[in-house]
Ligand binder design. Structure first.
Ligand code: SF4
Ligand code: SF4
Ligand code: SF4
Length: 281
């Protein structure tokens, strides 16, 4: 099985889906969101070697043709991430599904399941399918945190072993979606409705950035479109307040944070469209 770049594995997380879970973050993303809080997860390392000398602890070394990362020596100072010009991180381990499962194994008695996130984890659908098959053998739940650009209808084996998807709705209108992410949202909206009709849409999330897109229209239209599918399973709407933390400087000046009143108004709109499970963070 081909290895995929793993950015990090958090053994115990209570914020990546219901219950206690192991969260696995894969490297690489096909979006370029103006407000991305983890821009270093978007691209895969080019092994240019420029960050090696910035490492204060010897955790990075130049191998024959690539940068070698020693996790045990890393002091998590983020110097390498700040110096990288390509929006990536050298702190990557290329792992097979079996190797990731080995890292999950120790937690099995204490967790409800795993959540795979990114970057954008659905760039690696075969890896996800194989990993989730291994999880199912251990009785673990399987969730995906996604920007929604993989057409799930074309991957029935993956959908079958996935318990639920937590899906970003960056903007409902397609021109606005392109403005926010650089990419069309046609497949995202298709996924939202199809996953909801299969009872596999656990949560939708919208990052609220006033002025960047029409937040009210996105929230209203998303809730309105999803409401008919509540009969197949609960759908939570998570409204995420934009904060400047971690964002790239060129976008920090064009994005602003919403007020408390705005967040409450959006939550009210979601409820008025029939989705009662709304949280604001
Ligand atoms: S989808 Fe997520 S990881 Fe990718 S650019 Fe957008 S915010 Fe960043
Ligand atoms: S993380 Fe960036 S700076 Fe470091 S080797 Fe990779 S591409 Fe070069
Ligand atoms: S985050 Fe880790 S690998 Fe990167 S520079 Fe700091 S110690 Fe080195």
């Amino acid at each position: 099985m081909k290895r995929v770049p793993v950015n990090k594995i958090i053994p115990f997380s209570s914020v990546d889906g219901p219950g206690n879970r192991t969260a696995v973050f894969l490297q690489g993303c096909n979006f370029d969101c103006r407000y991305c809080h983890n821009p270093e997860t978007r691209n895969v390392c080019r092994d240019c070697g420029e960050c090696v000398k910035s490492c204060p602890s010897g955790a990075l070394k130049l191998g024959e043709s690539r940068v070698v990362f020693e996790p045990a020596a890393c002091v998590s100072c983020d110097a390498c991430i700040h110096i990288c010009r390509y929006g990536c991180s050298p702190r990557i381990r290329n792992m097979t599904p079996e190797e990731v499962m080995e890292a999950v194994q120790k937690q099995v008695p204490f967790i409800r399941g795993i959540t795979v996130s990114g970057g954008e984890c659905t760039l690696y659908p075969e890896f996800l399918t194989d990993l989730f098959v291994l999880c199912k053998k251990e009785g673990l739940g399987t969730l995906i945190d996604s920007n929604g650009t993989l057409d799930f209808s074309e991957y029935p084996e993956l959908t079958a072993v996935t318990d639920g998807v937590m899906l970003d709705i960056k903007a409902w209108d397609d021109e606005e979606h392109k403005k926010v992410t650089g990419v069309s949202g046609v497949v995202v909206r298709k996924n939202a409705l199809e996953l909801a009709s299969a009872g596999k849409l656990l949560e939708v999330r919208t990052v609220v950035v006033p002025g960047l897109f029409d937040c009210e229209e996105t929230v209203r239209e998303t809730a309105r479109q999803l409401r008919p599918y509540l009969a197949y399973g609960n759908i939570r709407y998570k409204l995420i307040r934009y904060r400047k933390i971690g964002v790239r400087e060129q976008y920090a000046v064009v994005c602003r944070s919403p007020s408390e009143e705005m967040m409450e108004r959006l939550a009210d709109i979601v409820r008025s469209e029939g989705l009662d499970d709304v949280i604001v963070i």
